[in-house]
Write a protein that binds this ligand. Structure first.
Ligand SMILES: Nc1nc2c(ncn2[C@@H]2O[C@H](COP(=O)(O)OP(=O)(O)OP(=O)(O)O)[C@@H](O)[C@H]2O)c(=O)[nH]1
Ligand SMILES: [Mg+2]
Length: 329
């Protein structure tokens, strides 16, 4: 599943330092030669992909990035210091385009990869450069050039590896909220979620895995009923599905089958996608019914079923362990 996140920002390379006019002043030398140094180059704005970042949200608050200017030249032909580069971290998967033309500046895919988005201006020349036979005492110098200035459009495409599916109200948003930093709306009515929510869950290795909470599926979703159909297309691209079933429902087994039928009806191999069956709201199920429910599920599907409570945080570690195992982490 791909999610697109946008931001538009301004970047400005540092201005080059000016060259200067100076003459050597030495004892016993009445008219020393020209000795004005060159200005330093302006710093560059450089983007760097960083796998710890997951969104472009930071760029909603800070929108303009300027590198340091180069310094003026000095006497005795000394060149001014170059401006420092400004390093700006962006999430892996960020595409950088010129704002008005859409021309691609580059893609930052792997962590650590860099892209120069604005070069600094060249430093100006000092008068030492203009010494000639005709002019032994040139007063000429040049100013530093302006740095490049661009308005850029950033676009982030994230690939979710794990999709959370189920009927409306099963607790999908609750689950992603407890597993990740995502804070979707949660409410006791169907179709609370209208667009997918993304959350990043840390693996034991420390890397992030993107989970997606998808709007509830209902019978007929594959034909366009409810909201789910739009998103069935996207879950085609996840590696693993968590199929969440409301344990407090009148007929959890029927709920399972409704969603399975939609996956089959949709085709594209979705029904064969690795899928973990999870009954949520465990604490609502009466003790004596639990065994029966698990047996019924097992008999009907021939697969293992997990029991969790997203609200109580019960069984979630086992669920994650299972997810990492399925993903081969
Ligand atoms: N008792 C209990 N209630 C839960 C649990 N998990 C979620 N809920 C409740 O179930 C209701 C629906 O939760 P949501 O997370 O919004 O469900 P959803 O699957 O995202 O629903 P849609 O977005 O409408 O598809 C809310 O009132 C939650 O508080 C749980 O483990 N136990
Ligand atoms: Mg929801």
């Amino acid at each position: 599943m791909q999610f697109i996140d946008h931001a538009s920002i301004d970047v400005l390379g540092g201005r080059g330092g000016d060259g200067i006019v100076a003459f050597r002043r030495e004892k016993y030398v009445p008219a020393g030669g020209p000795s004005g140094g060159d200005g330093g180059h302006g710093g560059r704005v450089v983007f760097q992909a960083d796998s710890n970042l997951q969104t472009l949200l930071d760029f909603k608050y800070k929108r303009s990035f300027a590198a340091q200017d180069g310094r003026r030249g000095g006497p005795n032909r000394s060149t001014g210091a170059s401006g420092e580069d400004l390093l700006v971290k962006v999430p892996c998967g960020t595409e950088v385009r010129h704002f008005s033309t859409g021309i691609l500046f580059g893609d930052l895919i792997t962590s650590g990869e860099t892209l120069v988005v604005a070069f600094g201006g060249r430093g100006g020349l000092g008068n030492a450069h203009y010494l000639s036979n005709r002019n032994r005492a040139p007063e000429k110098f040049t100013e530093g050039r302006e740095g490049e200035e661009w308005k850029l459009q950033l676009e982030l495409k994230l690939l979710a590896e794990v999709g959370i599916i189920g009927l409306p109200n099963a607790g999908k948003s609750t689950l992603i909220a407890v597993l990740s930093e995502a804070r979707p709306k949660i409410a006791d009515y169907p179709f609370t979620t209208l667009v997918p929510n993304l959350g990043v869950v840390r693996r034991p290795t420390g890397d992030g895995t993107v989970f997606a909470d998808i709007p509830g599926l209902i019978a007929g979703a594959a034909q366009g009923a409810g909201l789910g159909h739009e998103f069935l297309r996207h879950i085609e691209r996840t590696k693993l599905l968590i199929h969440l079933i409301d344990g407090g429902s009148n007929d959890p087994l029927e709920d399972l089958i409704v969603v399975q039928n939609e996956l089959s009806a949709y085709g594209h191999g979705l029904i064969d996608r690795p899928r973990i069956l999870v009954i949520n709201k465990k604490e609502l199920i009466e003790k004596e019914k639990k065994e029966q429910l698990l047996d019924d599920f097992q008999a009907k599907t021939g697969r293992d079923v997990m029991l969790v409570s997203a609200v109580m945080g019960d069984g979630l570690q086992d669920l994650l362990d299972n997810v990492w195992k399925e993903l081969g982490v």
